[in-house]
Design a protein around this ligand. Sequence first.
Ligand SMILES: [Fe+2]
Length: 210
Amino acid sequence: MTDPFCETKLTLHLTPRNAMTYSTSQIAELFPDLMTISDAAMRERVAAAWSEALTSGCGGKGWTFAEIRAIPFTLLAGKIDLRFVEHLNSCVKQCIAIEGVLKSTFGDRIPVDHDSLVAGALLADVGKMLEFDKDASGNVVKGSFGELVRHPFSGVALCFKHGLPASVMHIVATHSYEGDKSDRTIESIIFHHADFVDFDIAKFLGKRAK
Ligand SMILES: [Fe+2]
């Protein structure tokens, strides 16, 4: 009997480290809050991870900027007019807003690492570029790679390859239900809730749209 997992073709064509198809400023066109990361090296690493995900994702075909701007926010919520890139930008802005509220209310008693928070928020779903593929009709679907390796795992792999610190990998690893049994850091708690504000609203709207 053949093992279906071994039969599945999962070859990814990853780029060498530091080889960037898209520059940091091009990635910032998609995600403007990238530029709020104060550490220039961290900014570059976030952009490098995104550049690789864009060029090696979609079953190896890669994604154009126009294609990723058109991806729906979630494949799970039915016909709603919210987009994946909008969701990422919404989450980063919510995280920055929450950070500001916590700082103005509690001061240094709730320390938030802004750079890790923004980098983690921008990279939490970077693995979806590998998780998603397009079917013969051009619809965005979960691909064979994504069936086996969900985006928190591929996202951490991309972060590790591009030299992101553990504080950022932690947010990527724990942001979704896979992290429910982990002790999330302050930054991961903030991102997890921001993510689910959007996601739960999308589900609510999706149910009404049926
Ligand atoms: Fe996610």
